[in-house]
Design a protein around this ligand. Structure first.
Ligand SMILES: [Fe+2]
Length: 359
């Protein structure tokens, strides 16, 4: 399968990954044959690309690190809590805890947790999808840091609720497509303090979970907000969530800018490691993310082009690639597979392509 921008998808192509809304509704099932009306609906919902089955005969199976139903439940719960502040109560927090327990358990039993973008990106609604992604990415990073189950729980619950303070902000500012005025940015900054105030009233929530809402925009070099906290004085949970938060925002489309590719987002995170972010946490974060996700079109230094079919743990920059075009741009009569994790170091990926022609 391959990720394709919506404008390249034609009627008759086959959807390769289910697409859900945050309201537990499946928009498009795996195997659905694309019709014009589906494309119109996807566009209406702001979905810019989907996964399409290729015509090369094989079926690359990607196992979700967190099963779909669990993600859908997480989305519905966080949407309920964020849609009305009255729902941010002990009963709903108990529900959040149950969901996070299930997610922690599924992450702990998966031996080689490797994040492929498509696994956590079949969601149309930014805010709720973002909360769930940030929670999962944070917990995966924390497993790498050696956290125990109880710590993972507290981190996951707090990460899922990290932007709860946005419920007190004006939607016009939150969804503004153009750049913010100084005053508007000051308003946005308040979501950290608002979030902490909201969570502080909840009895069955640990203080470690609550601090994430307050401190996830602090930066390691002291350049963040709301308190310009610095270095290790920022709670480690917030230092983890800050990286997951920025990474997920960069790799998603927003009203004011388009998403960037995983490799570019990882380059950015690395470039500010030790400044904005705690370097040792960045290293753990990066080690679990496939730099070129399955379906990503890529170009090799030999000039040959293809797309990623598999990623292996411990080889995050050296995927298995199906080569479709030679260095002259000619379509190969017989495409072939190259596993870069087992090939010579001299062959490497040098760039990504968003619109590789498969059909
Ligand atoms: Fe935030």
């Amino acid at each position: 399968m391959i990720s394709m921008p919506l404008n390249m998808i034609k009627e008759g192509m086959v959807n390769a990954k289910p697409i859900y809304t945050s309201r537990e509704l499946m928009l498009l099932d795996e195997g659905a044959v694309i019709k014009k009306s589906y494309l119109d609906r996807l566009e209406e919902l702001g979905i810019r690309s989907i996964y399409i089955r290729d015509d090369l005969g094989d079926k690359e199976i990607i196992h979700d690190i967190v099963r779909k139903q669990l993600k859908v439940e997480s989305l519905a719960t966080i949407e309920k809590i964020m849609s009305n502040i009255c729902y941010c109560n002990e009963t709903e927090i108990e529900r959040v805890k149950n969901i996070i327990t299930d997610i922690v358990e599924s992450l702990l039993v998966t031996e080689d947790v490797l994040v492929n973008l498509c696994e956590i990106r079949t969601i149309d609604d930014y805010t709720y999808g973002h909360s769930v992604n940030v929670a999962i990415l944070s917990m995966i990073t924390a497993i790498n840091l050696g956290y125990d189950k109880e710590q993972l729980m507290d981190l996951g619950v707090g990460a899922l609720l990290h932007d709860i303070g946005k419920t007190r902000l004006c939607l016009d500012i939150l969804n503004k497509p153009s750049s913010l005025t100084k005053n508007e940015f000051e308003q946005i900054k308040k979501h950290t303090v608002f979030g902490y105030e909201i969570l502080n009233n909840i009895k069955n929530l640990s203080s470690d979970s609550k601090i994430i809402a307050l401190s996830h925009h602090e930066r390691y070099d002291g350049d963040g907000y709301p308190h310009n906290a610095k270095g290790d004085s920022i709670h480690e949970f917030a230092r983890i969530v800050s990286i997951a938060d920025v990474y997920d925002a960069l790799t998603n489309n927003r009203v004011y800018r388009s998403k960037i590719s995983v490799d570019k987002a990882l380059d950015y995170i690395t470039s500010v490691s030790g400044e904005q972010f705690d370097g040792k946490i960045v290293d753990k974060f990066i080690s679990n993310i496939a730099r070129y996700p399955v379906g990503q079109g890529i170009i090799l230094n030999t000039g040959f082009r293809g797309y990623v079919v598999l990623n292996k743990k411990n080889h995050i920059s050296r995927p298995t690639v199906r080569i479709l075009y030679n260095n002259l741009g000619e379509r190969l009569k017989v495409p072939y597979i190259i596993d870069l994790s087992e090939s010579e170091d001299s062959i490497k990926v040098v760039g990504t392509i968003d619109d590789i022609e498969l059909f």
